[in-house]
Write a protein that binds this ligand. Structure first.
Ligand SMILES: [Zn+2]
Length: 179
């Protein structure tokens, strides 16, 4: 491994980072319809991570969250409190994140009354981070809020054409079915 030449950096120490006391977990969309980008805010005390992800992955996360919470409710008779999908002003943080990442994969699990989110990640853009995994333990209420937000964001995309099912851009729509 190239990084071992000087033997200074212990890559094993940096590959995986754990956040155990998440104070905020939010899903956010930015930009115009059709050109939106999506990220999660993962905050632990003074430090926050912006983790970019594809819309498909955000949709999958929303669905997986629903199924996960339903199965927990069935097995353990635990019901997460009702939550709103509104992104509160304090959800959108001012300033730059401590770290920017891109999410490749998400695994959802359960550990001692908390949900676990295991993100496979890499540094965003030119940013080099040692982590390839970000492991978070979150309350079921935090997970539920994230799922509701994610579903709402994904549903708020461009309207769909009734003829062809493709999204309609604000500039208009050239429908392949109307030719
Ligand atoms: Zn159409």
């Amino acid at each position: 491994m190239a990084g071992s030449i000087q033997g200074v950096i212990d890559l094993r120490m940096e590959e995986r980072i754990e956040f155990d006391e998440i104070t905020q977990l939010s899903a956010v969309a930015m930009g115009e319809p059709g050109k939106r980008t999506f990220f999660l805010i993962i905050r632990q005390k003074g430090k926050w991570v912006r983790a970019w992800l594809e819309k498909e992955l955000l949709e999958a996360l929303a669905m997986a969250t629903d199924q996960f919470l339903a199965s927990i409710a069935q097995e353990r008779r635990y019901f997460t409190p009702e939550t709103t999908a509104e992104v509160a002003p304090e959800d959108v943080l001012a300033g730059l994140p401590s770290v920017e990442l891109e999410i490749d994969q998400i695994a959802l699990g359960y550990d001692q009354e908390k949900a676990t989110l295991n993100f496979s990640v890499h540094g965003s853009g030119s940013q080099k981070v040692g982590w390839s995994e970000l492991y978070c333990r979150v309350t079921l209420a935090q997970l539920k809020k994230l799922g509701v937000q994610a579903r709402k964001i994904c549903a708020a995309g461009r309207p769909r054409c009734l003829l062809c099912g493709l999204p309609i851009d604000p500039e208009g729509h050239i429908c392949p079915k109307s030719n």
